[in-house]
Structure formats: C-alpha cells, structure tokens
Design a protein around this ligand. Sequence first.
Ligand code: CU
Length: 144
Amino acid sequence: MPHNQTNRRIARRRFLLVSLGMAFAGALTAACGDGADGARSSSGAAATGELEIVAERIAFDKDELSAPASRPVRLTFLNKDATLHNVAFYRSEDAEDEIFVGEIFGGPDKTIVYEFDAPAEAGAYFFRCDIHPAQMNGTFVVSE
Ligand SMILES: [Cu+2]
C-alpha cells in the first residue's frame, strides 16, 4: 500500500539524519581532540574557526588571525583596556570593503564574542581596531 511505503520512507530518512548527526558529533570530538593539550598556535587557528584575541595598552596580542574559508568564525575578544576597541575585518587595508565589523566596546577586562562567516575565497585579508587603526591591525588569513 502506498501509505505504508510513505511511512517506511520517512523512517528511513530519520535514520539517515541520525547517522549524519553522529558523524558530525564525531568530527567535532576529533577537532576538539586536536587542541586537548590546550596548546594554540600564535595565530589562534583551529579547525573549528575558534579564535581569540586580546587588546591591551592599545595593541592586539597577535598580528595574524586564521580561519577556514566559508566556515563560521567565533572570535572571543578580551579588552583589557578601559579604552574603546573593536575588531573589524576588511577585504584589504583600505578598509573600504567590510567582511565583518565587530561592536565597539570598552573594558577594562571585558569580553565580547563575535560570530561571522569567513570569506569563501582563501587569501590574506585585513583586520584592525576601527578606533586605533594605525596601532592595532593585522592579517586575516583564510585557508581552503
Ligand atoms: Cu582600539
């Protein structure tokens, strides 16, 4: 009967979804396993697009941030200064074409989490603090 067939199809699809979900969880676990020793490269790069940066005395603690193309980026930004800062990403140093402009906020010792998608094209992009562009800037490296 057609009705039974439909039910079977739905059941099958559900099974597929569950399988995919488990594969995804497995991939996440594997990715976390890579950083289990707590060691991070100076670029803050991780397979998941998890990044960290700190502002202190009108300077960032790193001049390079790396993320995989087209993946969500989650940047945890700690502002140790009372001064207003942000992290803003642009396609080039002229800062005309924005990728993501983070909210400007003041510390001291306050954290904000920025979430955005990395560009689809691999390459070297640009980031800066919009308040102190000359002192606080770096390269945003997007890899395949
Ligand atoms: Cu700043």
